[in-house]
Design a protein around this ligand. Structure first.
Ligand SMILES: C[S@@+](CC[C@H](N)C(=O)[O-])C[C@H]1O[C@@H](n2cnc3c(N)ncnc32)[C@H](O)[C@@H]1O
Length: 281
């Protein structure tokens, strides 16, 4: 008698929708405020399909432009230290059995080497006391920021991250997997959405030196985070924002801030764009 091979069943769209609804209901019941916030962002995502994407062209030599913006000579010594660090970070994650790249963390991208290189140079050259970032996932950018603060010998990083929803609890173990135990003494991780956590954190900190956006990349969320961080950013401080290509939030924000110096950069894999803004002063 031949063995019956089990055929994987494809769930019908209504069944999948019901499952998603049940998951959403569970998240709302567990943490009502965050659940409502997730729903608001979903609606904003839907709306964003009908808005324009960014038309800003990337700077063909952004590392040189970044260093000119920071008032530092290019090529700098610091950038040569970045590549070995990045290779170590990626190898460390792969050593833990994790694949690294776009969409690897429940659909979220791992940090891009281009953004991380810019964050490294900004942190080494600006020598910030207070850095705030949103969006941790496996913590590639977090690790690079903390390594740069450690190399500076001072400074603290505050990261806000909305944990993966209920159905993906296994991802909790992957969160911040790139961040070593020794670096965590300089680190404060705050759980929750940036919309709920960022205003209070900025009020508590007063002034910040560097801000990195890498959480949800809707127009609503990017605009909200950049606007909140801009008010707290010290004159001369720098903001970095990942994945700005999908909406017009970055150019809208630059306009709202009175057109300060800004640079648009291509990610290392050329599939995305990130941006930098410096507050005059
Ligand atoms: C693109 S990943 C971050 C990648 C990370 N910076 C790195 O270097 O690997 C986005 C992260 O932001 C979190 N997130 C999503 N929405 C958020 C929100 N509204 N506020 C804060 N974090 C959010 C996701 O759960 C995920 O961990």
């Amino acid at each position: 008698m031949s063995e019956r091979v089990p055929v994987p069943t494809l769930k019908s769209p209504p069944a999948r929708r019901l499952e998603r609804l049940a998951r959403a209901a569970a998240v709302v019941m567990r943490e009502p405020a965050e659940g409502v916030e997730r729903i608001r962002e979903k609606i904003a995502d839907e709306g964003a399909r009908w808005t324009k994407s960014s038309s800003l062209a990337p700077d063909g030599d952004w590392p040189a432009s970044l260093h000119a913006m920071l008032g530092v000579e290019w090529t700098c010594q610091e950038v040569t230290g970045f590549d070995p660090l990045w290779n170590e970070v990626v190898a460390g994650l792969r050593g833990k059995g994790l694949s690294v790249g776009r969409g690897s963390f429940s659909g979220w991208d791992d940090g891009d080497a281009g953004l991380a290189r810019a964050a490294w140079c900004v942190t080494r050259h600006q020598r910030p006391e207070i850095v705030v970032e949103t969006g941790v996932a496996r913590g590639l950018t977090t690790r690079v920021l903390l390594e740069a603060l450690e190399a500076n010998g001072f400074g603290r990083l505050y990261s806000i991250d909305l944990p993966p929803p209920l159905a993906q609890e296994r991802l909790v173990n992957e969160r911040a997997a790139a961040v070593t135990a020794e670096l965590r003494t300089r680190w404060t991780l705050i759980e929750g959405s940036s919309r709920r956590r960022l205003p209070g954190l900025l009020r508590e900190l007063g002034t910040i030196d560097v801000f990195v956006h890498d959480s949800r990349h809707t127009r609503r969320n990017i605009s909200f985070e950049l606007c909140a961080a801009w008010s707290a950013l010290r004159p001369g401080g720098v903001m970095l924002a990942d994945d700005i290509h999908g909406t017009i939030a970055f150019e809208e924000s630059i306009g709202a801030f009175g057109n300060p110096p800004a640079i648009v950069c291509s990610s290392d894999d050329q599939r995305g764009r990130f941006g930098l803004i410096k507050k005059p002063g």
